[in-house]
Write a protein that binds this ligand. Structure first.
Ligand SMILES: Nc1ncnc2c1ncn2[C@@H]1O[C@H](COP(=O)(O)OP(=O)(O)O)[C@@H](O)[C@H]1O
Ligand SMILES: [Mg+2]
Length: 349
């Protein structure tokens, strides 16, 4: 039987995307099949460059096509096109595929640290990423990226984001002087969030991560009303109090019709640098238990490590400063799972 494109596509139907529960041919991921003698080449176009099962899918596809009679070699190119959230006509950010809010019940759980590291990890995978620091009460993104002295300039009518570690960033912190105290009232918060979305030239992005102020105040409400969110990530530490208010934040977003992409536990475990053994630091509700209780995905746990804190203080995200550490590994894995959940939401809504 001569080797044909349909034989190749039939063979590839055994390769299932584990998240979307359909095969890669039905999903339209397989492109540009070229057959020359026994040599087969094609492209698999995934939904995110940060796909955690990329190598697995490639290996399965290769094996499936190798198994066809007459095939002598298989060449696969792995690419990705990030799928867009459902968008409306008056969308403030039409060129941003995914807007993902990072929320927490209370402050100090490491929300900003996690946001910055996830953003840089996604950029390292080849995604186009931005961070909007919407924590008007404690904007810390500039400090965490060592960019506190940057003054963004405007081009045309719009503010140009500050580019750091591969990520486009905007924060009220760039626009205020260090000693400028602001007494924020609700409408001002809403107005500022709107400006940070609409008056900034975000360009074309795959992921815009929004670092929200802690709790369930004006910023999450305004954000969810101003742009359709792909979803929300909840950062929590395993104290019962923190977990409890994290639950309240989840309820708010559910009411606002914003899907919860998952829970990240921070500072829940200590990792022994020599043996790699993990010790849980608190007896409170773990991130995994919280995710189960809320019936949302669990994205993973970032261990407690003084290095993470020091890296932040020095303005270098841990995934850059300590790329080989357990915490960098955890953050990169969580970034992959987050991208995966965003793809699922975009592909199934
Ligand atoms: N995994 C971690 N290990 C050690 N320290 C951490 C970790 N995550 C955050 N921190 C530290 O905890 C403090 C609060 O973090 P931050 O990201 O500012 O929290 P939030 O944005 O929730 O208020 C900072 O000093 C930060 O360096
Ligand atoms: Mg913060």
């Amino acid at each position: 039987m001569p080797l044909t494109e349909s034989l190749v596509l039939d063979a590839l139907k055994v390769v299932m995307d584990p998240d979307l529960h359909r095969d890669i041919v039905t999903l339209g991921f397989v492109r540009d099949v070229v057959i020359e003698g026994g040599q087969v080449s094609f492209t698999i176009n995934l939904t995110t460059p940060a796909c955690p099962v990329k190598e697995e899918l490639k290996a399965q596809a290769e094996a499936a096509v190798q198994g066809i009679e007459g095939v002598t070699s298989v060449q696969i190119e792995m690419t990705a096109t990030v799928r867009s959230r459902p968008s409306e006509a008056e969308d403030l950010l039409p060129d941003v595929a995914n807007v993902i809010a990072i929320a927490s019940g209370k402050g100090g759980v490491g929300k900003s640290t996690v946001t910055v590291n996830l953003a840089v990890a996604l950029a390292q995978k080849g995604a186009r990423v931005g961070i909007l620091d919407a924590d008007v009460y404690g904007p810390s993104v500039p400090l965490l990226l060592g960019a506190q002295n940057e003054k963004p300039f405007t081009e045309g009518q719009k503010i140009v984001p500050v580019f750091r570690f591969g990520v486009h960033t905007m924060s009220i912190g760039y626009l205020l002087d260090d000693d400028q105290a602001v007494l924020w009232r609700g409408p001002m918060v809403a107005g500022t969030v709107r400006q940070l979305l609409a008056d900034v030239n975000w360009g074309t992005l795959d992921y815009l991560l929004v670092d929200l102020p802690p709790g369930t105040g004006d910023a999450p409400m305004s954000l969810a009303q101003l742009v359709p969110l792909t979803g929300v990530v909840i950062v929590s530490t395993p104290h019962n109090v923190a977990a409890n208010i994290a639950g309240k934040a989840v309820q708010l977003f559910k009411r606002l019709n914003s899907p919860i992409l998952g829970v990240v536990e921070n500072m829940g475990v200590l990792v022994d640098p020599v043996t790699g053994a993990e010790t849980r630091m608190f007896s409170g509700l773990s991130g995994e238990d919280l995710a189960n209780q809320l019936k949302v995905p669990y994205l993973g746990s970032v261990p407690f490590d003084p290095q993470v804190s020091q890296a932040g203080d020095q303005g270098i995200p841990a995934v850059v400063a300590y790329p080989q550490s357990a915490q960098a590994d955890a953050l990169k894995e969580i970034a992959g799972r987050l991208a995966q959940q965003a793809s699922i939401k975009a592909m199934t809504s």
